[in-house]
Design a protein around this ligand. Structure first.
Ligand code: NI
Length: 181
């Protein structure tokens, strides 16, 4: 178990497609997940995707309890999600502020599906099937985008609502609706 360096935007691996996991319950998968948990926890992230620590496999983790970074954020159950599939529920989109551990110090307003169903597997190969909305749905979409080589700036519609935290919010604390992963 170790805190691993997080790749920053510009690193070629963040633009790559990640490969599906073919074997569950392996020592390699357990070691990867332990490093991801340690890294996410150390950086107070809401989520982390394996390619962010340089491993291009379809593994993401996320979860929000009382994170000091998002005092008003909705809780999201701690989840290991492998080989995910997303299906939007309806076509409604919702804009919200996001950040990313690979783009430190910045925030942007990103449109996401308001509700979606996600399926995949946990580390033991047990099926996960949830239908969620709001912040939970946003975090899942952000993390799964990492597996497809997509960082949130690619989804921003108005570049004027993308920038450095200090410049965007000079007086205020950070916006509460933030998915940092
Ligand atoms: Ni991210």
């Amino acid at each position: 178990m170790a805190i691993r360096p997080v790749l920053r935007m510009g690193a070629p691996g963040l633009w790559e497609q990640s490969q599906p996991v073919s074997a569950f319950d392996t020592p390699e998968l357990a070691a990867l997940l332990a490093d991801m948990q340690d890294t996410m926890q150390a950086l107070n992230g809401a989520g982390l995707a394996a390619p962010q620590i340089g491993v291009n496999v379809q593994v993401v983790i996320f979860g929000v309890e009382k994170n000091p970074r998002y005092p008003d954020a909705e809780e999201v159950p701690h989840t290991v999600l492998i080989n995910p599939l997303l299906d939007p529920v309806g076509e409604e989109m919702e804009e919200g502020w996001e950040g990313c551990l690979s783009i430190p110090g910045m925030r942007g307003v990103v449109p996401r599906f308001k509700a979606l169903r996600y399926r995949g597997f946990d580390q033991g190969g047990r099926a996960i099937d949830r239908t969620v909305s709001g912040f939970h749905a946003r975090v899942v979409q952000h993390e799964v985008d990492h597996l497809r080589g997509i960082l949130y700036p690619l989804r921003i519609r108005d570049p004027r609502r993308f920038g450095f935290i200090e410049a965007l919010f000079p007086e205020a604390s950070q916006p509460s609706e933030t998915g940092n992963g």
